[in-house]
Write a protein that binds this ligand. Sequence first.
Ligand code: S3P
Length: 448
Amino acid sequence: MPSTSTSRAVAARPAPPLSGEAPVPGDKSISHRALLLGTLAVGETRISGLLEAEDVLNTASAMRAYGATVERQGPGLWSVHGVGVGGLTAPAAPLDFGNSGTGSRLVMGMAATTPVTSVFTGDSSLRRRPMKRVLDPLTRFGARYEAQPGGLMPLSLTGAGPALAIDYEVTVASAQVKSALLFAALNATGRSRIGQRALTRDHTEKMLAAFGADISVEPRSGGGEVISLMGEAELSPCAVDVPRDPSSAAFPLVAGLLVPGSVVSAPGVLLNTRRTGLFEALRAMGAEITVSNLRQSGGEDIGDIAVRFSALKGIEVPPEGAPAMIDEYPVLAVAAAFAEGRTVMRGLEELRVKESDRLSAIVAGLRANGVTVEELEDGLIVEGRGADGVPGGGMVETHMDHRIAMSFLVMGMAARAPVAVDDVAMIATSFPEFEGLMRGLGAELLSQ
Ligand code: S3P
């Protein structure tokens, strides 16, 4: 389902105190994986809390194209009748993943060890994003591809059959690459071993275990870990209850920390420690954040998060924590702009290849709103405005990036003058409820 939304500029005005509960939608990473694993299991996988946003709906369409029956049975309630590992049929038409790096890369992995040819394409942002990081390691299984110069989409991938297990060290700090290789390994003969130094999100590993795969994860003495996964797997369907997305909860929660007098909470949020780096960084900056009602859901830790307005101070954000908050740097940079003193963020080279070059998009957005920032090759140094307040008044270019749009709208809620973003259409890729939910908390968002 390619995006049909037309572009629309919106401004956020300085808001009165925000208050209330923010039930953000389901986790995007887990939603994609639930659809893929449902397709690779034989029988019916029932999913509740699925994120019904463009990125995930595009993945659902791709799963249908490979032969799965994917049906919506109610809000967030989906059923997938899978075809089994090795049972994918060749898609009749190109697969359009819209804006989604995760959807497209995970599906490349899934299709790399079954002898079918698939064509992958996406919107103009996705067609600029690097795919060789996934495609090249997939050739180790025997897959072949033809791509645009530089390994860009549109591209066609022909899966290997039969495929042999591999030993491979993932050198980029990317859960997408690691996960693509694990999906490919499912249909290879023998046991694959995938190593990675960075401790990136581990939802694929957890869900594979829940679907009955023979998988183990060993920490390595030299750092990182090795995942070993037996191929020619038979996966059994599983009920998946998708927790709410911490990467979406970040926006109302940071707004609550920045707008004076606010008290905001988000119930049932995924608290996997490989995803919660933002909350740790904010705590180190002096944020009042409480977590209650800790529980387990679908093999993941979840809990209710509450924040109240807090005066923040700048910090050095430890670079080794980057994978646990990789999608949260835009909103962290906005929080840093309001803090007293300097915030240094490093180890962020991956931000240059997200939905936009996020480092340069953040820098341009901060400067347009009167915040001094230094751009490093792999990071940012933000000079917090503290008691002087953030002037605001700027128009921010979002470069088809949902998280840039939401982050700067949060800035406008707490700045001295409104902050506008040139386009909110892309917010529908991950958090279609954003505007309504923020208005419900008291935010003032005006179409331009
Ligand atoms: C994701 C991994 C991250 C993250 C993306 C979701 C995933 O990307 O930025 O939003 O679900 O595996 P990388 O693997 O490229 O770091």
